[in-house]
Design a protein around this ligand. Sequence first.
Ligand SMILES: *[C@@H]1O[C@H](CO)[C@@H](O)[C@H](O)[C@H]1NC(C)=O
Length: 378
Amino acid sequence: MHKLLILVINLLFTSIVICNSQLPPKNSFGNKDEKLKSERLADCKACGVFVNSFKKGLEKTERGKHEGGDAHWEEQKLGSYKTSELRLIEIQEMLCQGIGRGEYQCLQIAEEREPDIEYWWKNQEKHPDLFNWLCIEKMKVCCPPNHHGKDCLPCTDCSGNGVCKGNGTRKGNGKCNCDKGYQGENCNSCAEGFYEAFKDETKLLCSQCHDACHGPCKGPGPRNCEKYKEGWYMRENEGCFDVNECLEKKSPCNSQTQFCVNNEGSYNCLECDRSCDGCEGDGPDMCIKCKDGYELRNGICTDQSGEKRESYVTFTRYCLYFGLCVTVCIIFQNSTWLAAIFGLIVGLYISLSEYWLKNNPPPKDPGQKILEAAMGMD
Ligand SMILES: *[C@@H]1O[C@H](CO)[C@@H](O)[C@H](O)[C@H]1NC(C)=O
């Protein structure tokens, strides 16, 4: 009894140790969080994050009154809460809280720029937008939209098909980074492999050439290619067509185990059904010849071995029933009532098992299933 108790306690202890060792270390999430917080953002972005955090504080304190006491009395005493020192302090207390990425950098700005923020708070009427005043004018890390670089020069016009490098920041060269499919200094022409789908004075739209084109094209579809990729051919005045590799004299697939499916520009080799010795498509009804061990029945290659096995199982089942009946007869010669009971049990067993077999037929082979589905469709 004593030993058993010790064993149980030992087992419990071991499992606790094993379970604990499988848990992730507790502070792995904290580390990730810490990494995010200490990440450094680009200067303009960081200033934007700081300003957004300040604006959130403004929102949160919009209806705020001094906590506790008679709000009306407080209002009178402290003057308008909206522009009060108290509100600024409340906002500053929640600055940069829970923003995750770049949180420490935000806190650093809050600390370094505290005098600036205090100045701005008292002169909001002169400088209504904090971002413009702090990030563009005071810290000089951002530029107005569509301007770039140290002196906030205007960006190149990218025709709406690209972005200006350094847009809105004191960085970059103001040149265009064109979207996919566009090129040129102003992103106002189509890149190779693209054609002009639409053009007016203000807007240019370039679309990708058809898959069949090797290089440039004059318009949509495979007809407009200037050159063709492999797997396509050209007909005079009609344009270009997909080569049907499957119709070629020598099939590109293994003719014994695979069949060929053509697609645009190429082809695929797919496996035949396992009952086939060569086929024209998927399924046991598409065989050219049946494989050994399979027999053509209703146009479908059917597994013979399964059928043979089933008839063998049926035969042995009947043998068992017969044997049971013989046993009953033998018992009958000795004791009538024992034979009656045993006979009843045998009868019950036979009828129950036959009933069960009828309601739970063995799984059909795929050929049978397809045949039934096809007949059901009619
Ligand atoms: C520059 O950024 C502004 C938003 O800040 C955007 O509206 C504008 O389209 C951008 N311009 C270019 C040329 O990237």
